[in-house]
Ligand binder design. Structure first.
Ligand code: GUN
Length: 288
């Protein structure tokens, strides 16, 4: 037996094509194209590349893209003013502040300031709370990308045992909620979890987001399980995941490769979040 390799690049490309068609239909009916604004604070080289890729992808599907940059020593007050301006900018439907932020800025303060109806990351506590209540809410692009891959490959979710390794705001916590909302029975693991391999071996769906290359080998995987690798550790000009592919591929039922699995999905899901926010905002605008 050998795992089905989940092709995130192909799924993401199909999603982007669908979004581009929806945007074309929207503008043909006289609606404004969705607007995405990204704030990049400081000089993190990886963030600069991510943000450039987000901008290119947004423009390619027909969005209007706005990049706001600020220096690494920008005060929290100035950053909050920038966010407040974008919150009230009618051309902006989706907004995100790229992480990580410079160390003197508390990311929670920024998440609190983003207007919930423009929150393309789902980081505002109002949206996170809605997700926890099982209500519709924007959620992070990476966890949404994982869900979309499971659905695209018809991996059974309802009633399955799901184990999420890592409890970050970006991946583990929202993904555990999304899986719960999709009727999986979810266990969230972290650095203090006892017998991590034993817990992981119970999983029908195993998601790992630890950033420790090769940490998940065949000893963590139930035969036939779906293994979603969210790890992205830069190495030798490429990225490596958390999964030891050589040992896991013969055991798992499905496996996301790194690169080419979850990675390509994140930008596609950001675009879909922005399109959803734009559609919701258009609907809530009263035309008299
Ligand atoms: N940095 C890495 N991933 C993300 C993300 O999904 N959102 C934001 N805002 N920053 C990130």
């Amino acid at each position: 037996m050998s795992a089905i390799i989940i092709d995130g690049k192909a799924v993401a490309a199909r999603l982007r094509e669908g979004i581009a068609r929806d945007v074309a239909a929207m503008t043909a009916q006289g609606s404004r194209a969705p607007g995405l604004a990204v704030v990049l604070c400081g000089d993190n080289a990886a963030s600069a590349i991510y943000v450039r890729n987000k901008g290119r992808a947004a423009e390619k599907v027909g969005f209007r893209f706005q990049l706001q940059t600020c220096e690494a020593d920008t005060s929290t007050a100035d950053l909050l003013r920038l966010v407040a301006g974008l919150n009230t900018d009618e051309a902006v439907d989706g907004l995100l502040v790229q992480l990580p932020l410079p160390s003197h800025v508390d990311p929670d303060v920024i998440a609190d300031a983003i207007a919930p109806d423009k929150d393309a990351d789902g980081f505002n506590p109002a949206n996170f709370g809605r997700l926890a209540e099982g209500r519709a809410a924007p959620a992070g692009a990476t966890p949404l990308g994982c869900m979309e891959l499971l659905r695209s490959y018809d991996v059974p979710i309802s009633g399955s045992r799901a184990v999420v390794v890592g409890r970050s705001l970006l991946v583990g916590r929202p993904l555990a909620l999304l899986l719960t909302n999709a009727d999986a029975t979810v266990t969230m693991c972290h650095s203090r979890t006892r017998d991590l391999p034993g817990v992981c071996r119970e999983a029908d769906i195993l998601v790992t987001a630890t950033g420790r290359p090769g940490a998940i080998d065949a000893g963590y995987v139930k035969p036939g399980a779906c293994v979603i690798d969210v790890g992205t550790t830069p190495r030798d000009g490429t990225v490596v995941g958390d999964v030891d592919r050589e040992s896991v591929e013969p055991v798992a039922g499905w496996l996301t490769p790194v690169p080419g699995g979850v990675g390509p999905m994140t930008i596609a899901m950001l675009l879909r979040n922005t399109l959803s926010l734009a559609t919701a905002r258009r609907r809530s605008t009263v035309v008299v």
